[in-house]
Ligand binder design. Structure first.
Ligand code: NAD
Ligand code: 2HG
Length: 409
């Protein structure tokens, strides 16, 4: 694989989907000025052409980084997801090319939790319906089917960063919190883990989904699951659009089984704000439909911009992979006058021994070595005297199992 170490001015960052300007500012402060910015996701062919010359790409949830896109991205070193979800990235395709993928696992959790609480209150009070009616000139003053949030049971599916934060806020408003998760979790406050999804559904007034997009969560809420929920319950989904069977939800709303729903994410979402939003849920006044804005607050986006840009710049400068989602995590110090070789390889027996043989047979003095592995990949970082880096890099690149090498001057 080709030797890679470039002047900062030649390192190109492609930032898509209106990533916050704080990202550009953070990159600029780290000396990276070569930034191409787009306010929207690019259609596949345009994406392939723009990414071909990029060393780093920044996306949110709309850009699909598929095998085909990675194939076109010959110079790509790392991907920054300026969000939590990484389901829009083919992680296996990135990993097999030694492309690191970073995200911002915490910066928008509070924003999502606040939106869910607001929606739960509005739906319990019937505000979505009353608001829609008022816009049509209808006055519906009534206390019927209008409830306080206090004392109601909140069922959280997926008790991770967002689910836990939601549980804490809900409890402070007097809700009784229970959750279902595939992993045993330490409950915060008085929250209670329940052993099965059906149990959670059967005993919750409000159900809120906070699971990732995986095979197991695909349509995890369909007709059968909705049937477990009490009449008049409320369903909220601000996780991923594939988690709820939208047609089944529409049917249950049509039958009047559920009192309402708040949906922020959809199986198919418009590529940009110029495209029409199509959904069977549009006909229901008692649904709050939002355009995937759970994490879209000024505070969250600004923080995410700084956080992910900093991770990309640090990886470019030092090779540090802390918080990469597909690479072994290594925190690396500055390398001073030494040259730093980065070697990403398949995690198979014999690679490290081959690497160390190169240094001993060629009498190359190594000043520092860092190694970390995960199931698929090994990542070894070697600091050495500048005079040896050409030779060492050439030999490292020839080691069986090598995925990618890079040198930092
Ligand atoms: N709407 C938005 O704008 C928005 C913003 C941020 C995050 N999200 C999405 O919200 C979701 C949750 O984010 P998070 O940061 O809390 O994630 P997280 O990884 O911290 O938590 C996910 C939890 O779900 C659990 N889980 C996984 N599979 C499960 C299954 N089959 N059944 C039950 N539990 C399961 C995990 O054990 C974990 O506790 C993600 O899909 C993320 O992409 C959406
Ligand atoms: O900002 C986005 O487009 C995605 C937000 C959210 O779904 C996330 O995964 O953090």
């Amino acid at each position: 694989m080709a030797r890679e170490s470039l002047e900062k001015s030649k390192i190109k960052f492609l930032l898509l989907e209106g990533v916050h300007p704080s990202a550009v500012e953070t990159l600029r402060q780290s000396g990276y000025e070569n930034v191409e910015l787009h306010q929207k996701a690019l259609p596949p062919e345009e994406l392939k052409s723009a990414i071909a010359s990029a060393h780093f790409v920044g996306i949110r949830s709309r850009s699909q980084l598929t095998e085909e896109v990675f194939e076109a991205a010959k110079k790509l070193v790392a991907v920054g997801c300026f969000c939590i979800g990484t389901n829009q990235v083919d992680l296996a395709a990135a990993t097999k090319r030694g492309i690191a993928v970073f995200n911002a696992p915490f910066s928008n959790t509070r924003s999502v939790a606040e939106l869910v609480i607001a929606e739960a209150i509005l739906l319990l009070r019937g505000v979505a319906e009353k608001n829609a009616a008022a816009h049509r000139g209808q006055w519906r003053k009534s206390a019927a089917n209008s409830f306080e949030i206090r004392g109601k049971k909140l069922g959280i599916i997926g008790y991770g960063n967002i689910g836990m934060q939601l549980g804490v806020i809900a409890e402070s408003l007097g809700m009784q919190v229970q959750f279902y998760d595939v992993v045993n979790k330490l409950p915060l406050g008085n929250a209670r883990q329940v052993p099965s999804l059906n149990q959670l559904l059967a005993q919750s007034d409000v159900v809120s989904l906070h699971v990732p997009e995986t095979k197991a969560t695909q349509n995890m809420i369909g007709a059968e699951q909705i049937a477990q929920m009490p009449n008049g319950a409320i369903l909220i989904n601000a996780s991923r659009g594939t988690v709820v069977d939208i047609d089944a939800l529409a049917e249950s709303l049509r039958e009047g089984r559920l009192a309402g729903a708040a949906i922020d994410v959809f199986p198919v979402e418009p590529r940009s704000n110029d495209d029409e939003f199509v959904s069977p849920l549009r006909e229901f006044d008692n649904t709050i439909l939002t355009p995937h804005i759970g994490g879209s607050t000024v505070e969250a986006q600004e923080n995410i911009g700084m956080e992910v840009a900093e991770k990309l710049a640090r990886y470019s400068d030092t090779g540090t992979t802390i918080s990469a989602v597909n690479m072994p995590e290594v925190a690396l110090p500055e390398h001073g006058k030494s040259h730093r070789l980065l070697h990403i390889h398949h995690n198979v027996p014999g690679v490290m021994s081959a690497i160390n043989t190169i240094f001993s047979e060629n009498h190359i003095n190594v000043s520092a070595q860092f190694l970390q592995t995960n199931e698929q990949v090994g990542y070894v970082v070697i600091d050495l005297d500048a005079g040896y880096s050409d030779l060492a890099l050439e030999k490292l690149a020839a080691v069986d199992g090598t995925i990618r090498t890079r040198v930092l001057f």
